[in-house]
Design a protein around this ligand. Sequence first.
Ligand code: NAD
Length: 370
Amino acid sequence: MARLNIALGQRSYEIAVEAGALDAVAQHIAPWTKRGRTLWVSDSNVAARHWPRIAAQLEAAGLAAALHIVPAGEQSKSWGELARLTDWLLGEGVERSDTIFALGGGMIGDLTGFAASIVKRGCEFVQLPTTLLAQVDSSVGGKTAINTAAGKNLVGAFHQPRFVLIDPQVLATLPPREMRAGYAEVVKYGLIDDAPFFDWCEAHGAEVLSGDPAALGHAIVTSVAAKARIVGEDERETKDRRALLNLGHTFGHALEADTGFGERLLHGEAVGVGMVLALQYSARRGLCAPQDAIRVAAHFKACGMPVTLREAGVTADGATLVDHMRHDKKMAGGNLPFLLARGIGQTFVAHDVDLADVAAFLDELHARPG
Ligand code: NAD
């Protein structure tokens, strides 16, 4: 059991990582169940697998529980599902002092967090993440959002949860491909500023992916500690600090846009390829050794993840991909900050990247054989 704290003044909160925590869920969430009833949001996959045992415990603890089920999938981060969720919460008579429990992956966390930020002008919420991606990344840090016709995550709010309860055992039901996608975000923390952790990932990645309890626990605790530290230093991404968490995301976002933001290329897979591209582009600019990019690609490949544009199913040329990047939220005054690296564990924000040069780089990759 590890307990981490995210230091944000009045918005500080605890993140508990404990194998089997969901089997004692009523006890863990007791501080947030003042009115003797609880409001839960989950998706159709997670509810089918995990709600019955949670409901049984809540009942045994004498807590009333109401559950709203959202259809599984990224398409539910929408105005329509947000409206259905807020209508449901209001219909349940939600009060400002109530806490809403988000049980699911990043989709449920982002949608529920956003609903919590606006209903009754802001309610509390607790995250119970059920994907590796959500456990190591999206459940911590308070970014909430939905997708709109104009793009992904463009409407949302910063709204910190009151508590995050992470049970690595819940990942036993997660499909292996989703596990690998989440693992890309684990490796990200090594690449940002923790080279020894990247070494550890190379040695233990296979154990993490197979669900070995010790390796999985270490990967989650190390990742959450890194995220909590970075968010504590720059909650609203006003300095270059929190932006480091976007390593691989600018390239990745373009790949996701080209492949339709869905099953063809999962978010974590896009971030994995995006990190390889960021390292390759850094090497092309003479910032890091080509060997660093080769090493990162080799690790992802060994884990069974895509590492090239071709493997990601991306056929668009450099100009088209760069065009997707221009719609990035981080675009400021015509300049797009890019996460580049001086080596493994030495990521920095570059403000001088010429998008035409990025397009040329991507075209060169397309032209490579193999
Ligand atoms: P997801 O929530 O859609 O979950 C992926 C799939 O796994 C879904 O089909 C879901 O039903 C299923 N699933 C979840 N838990 C399961 C379990 N324990 N057993 C079986 N199936 C399970 O996607 P995700 O990868 O968790 O999150 C991606 C989302 O997170 C994206 O919308 C992305 O924008 C967002 N995100 C947000 C942040 C942030 O800081 N807020 C950071 C990264 C990503």
